[in-house]
Design a protein around this ligand. Sequence first.
Ligand code: NAG
Ligand code: NAG
Ligand code: CU
Length: 406
Amino acid sequence: MQLRHLLPAFLAAYGAQAAPASAEQVENSFAERDAAAKGSFFLPASTLQTDILAAKGLVNLAINQVTNPSGKCNLLNAAIRREWSTLSKQERRAYIDAELCLMSKPSQDPSFAAGAKTRYDDFVAVHINQTLSIHGTANFLSWHRYFTWAFEQALRNECGYTSYQPYWNWGKYAFDPLNSPLFDGSDVSMSGNGEYAPHNCTPALPSGLNCIPPGSGGGCVKTGPFKDYVVNLGPVSPTLEIPGIIDYSSPDPLAYNPRCLRRDITSWVSSNWTKDSDVYDLITNYKDIISFQNRMQGDFPTGFYGVHTGGHFTTAGDPGGDLFASPAEPTFFLHHAQIDRTWWIWQNQDLKNRAKAFGGGTSTLDPTGSPPGKVTDPIYLATLATTVQNQDVFSTTGGPLCYIYV
Ligand SMILES: *[C@@H]1O[C@H](CO)[C@@H](O)[C@H](O)[C@H]1NC(C)=O
Ligand SMILES: *[C@@H]1O[C@H](CO)[C@@H](O)[C@H](O)[C@H]1NC(C)=O
Ligand SMILES: [Cu+2]
């Protein structure tokens, strides 16, 4: 089965949720956004708007813990996940080395995915396998929260990492990702851009408006810690099509298909979709869980990427731009920790109404028509972690989880 052939149906299913916008409406919305950005008091790279919300949320969480003490986890013993740029060079290198370690250890379940050679690939395989039931669905946030936690556990338990999963606060780098501590190509970065390779625009979304113009990369990443990293699984829905190089999808999505890591990092996506004001708007203006998680994942017919798609297409490439194989992009878990933090901040603004908020369907291809997701539905991660229910991870300071973001 060619999973990529299901993508148009997925996008159409998303489209069913919103009235298609005219080109003129989309233009107007850009004009409004530009005007709002110009009038903003906040400097472009400041993340103060959402950091203030995060701090307010933490206070709410503390008050809630004092008034409803429960379980073993509290704010004093919770693990602390920090932003990439606040880590020292040694701390960044420790995270990088722990990822490289998982990329060098053997798969623990090669029978599940024939192409999974490494322990890191085990994570990619589970995501590829479940892609169409974990995106645009009720479990999107909880599934990826638990998946990211399982990865953090593997770094610690299997690779001797003593710290916690860092996050990529998009707004800090949205205007100049290639000169950021995340992507500057130094040996304490997540490696830089791919080498230049001529390529067409990247069709991230169905509308012609949204073909991302080619940037200065497109080829193999040849600098920084991940220059020799080999991507083993996919591509399933490749987006950086280079005729003769990546112009196909693997016939078996879980087969062995070794190739280099390719990126085309540009500010085109990040400066438009992952600014701090975009995150602030999402957290403050989308008050019920369905509108929050939909807005976060994008409103494709109106050309709106959302921070989730925006983060993935900041690196774009292969596998970064591949909905299925994206965890093979080394920055996946930094991005998803920020997705998780954004949900956490949103929950903490109004714990009474949001701590257990949950809703949506079970199929990516038919998010509104499929059976509704249940809080008791399992999150099954094969060898990566024990199976839990969605509701077990609604709180990051209860159940199996015990962490906060600062
Ligand atoms: C996922 O894996 C299970 C178990 O191996 C298999 O039955 C199922 O067909 C796979 N689904 C996809 C979409 O690959
Ligand atoms: C943001 O998107 C618009 C339209 O989609 C595009 O014209 C513009 O170049 C982008 N901004 C940057 C800084 O790349
Ligand atoms: Cu995903």
